[in-house]
Design a protein. Structure first.
Length: 206
């Protein structure tokens, strides 16, 4: 039996490690959103998770590492929600319906937890060169996903595909950011309609 297979309290080492990491991510997301990443200490993250600094350093090297991991979890969950929403559509798919479903899935994933939206749209901005480069790489990943999804539903982007998808992803995050900051937020359906109309102006139908 390997160390990873050993059980403590009925759970394997791997399962316990995964649970501990999840607790750090959930605690970091909440406390960074509530207090602001820039002013939140590592000790506060550990206290919020109910875990020790020793346990933190078994999972991460720095406070910024847990921010990156929390941000990635938010982005991965949103991408999975979009993929699932598009997979549920009938084929051949109406492009407007597909765009509508994709935008709704993204915004609902992000808005399902106000802490997630705060971290993904505000707390990660301007943290460091490393974080900015990582955010850019995630935007590029979204551009690839969007481009592929558009091909699947029978439309093509106008102009330079990379720049056009960058324009589209920027519009989505910009609208979501403004929506988050408003005291009185319009329903998600209004944002979805707005973004769908903007996206339709950037594509040609085959």
């Amino acid at each position: 039996m390997t160390t990873a297979d050993r059980r403590y309290g009925g759970r394997t080492v791997v399962a316990r490690k995964a649970e501990r990491r999840q607790r750090f991510l959930e605690a970091a997301t909440r406390i960074f959103a509530e207090r602001g990443y820039a002013t939140c200490s590592l000790a506060e993250v550990c206290a919020a998770a109910g875990l020790s600094k020793r346990q933190f350093y078994e999972e991460f090297e720095t406070r910024e590492d847990v921010l990156v991991a929390a941000y990635d979890r938010i982005q991965d969950d949103a991408a999975a929600a979009v993929a699932a929403a598009l997979a549920e559509l009938t084929t051949p798919t109406d492009p407007e319906l597909a765009l509508h479903a994709g935008f709704r899935a993204y915004l609902e994933s992000l808005g399902s937890d106000p802490y997630r939206a705060q971290v993904a749209l505000i707390e990660v901005v301007g943290v460091s060169d490393r974080m900015e480069n990582h955010r850019r790489s995630r935007r590029h990943a979204w551009s690839v996903l969007i481009g592929s999804a558009l091909v699947d539903i029978g439309v093509r982007l106008r102009g330079d595909a990379e720049l056009t998808t960058a324009l589209l992803t920027g519009a989505v995050t910009g609208v979501a950011h403004e929506w988050l900051l408003r005291e009185s937020r319009p329903p998600v359906s209004e944002l979805v309609d707005l973004l769908t109309g903007a996206a339709l102006a950037l594509v040609d139908f085959d």
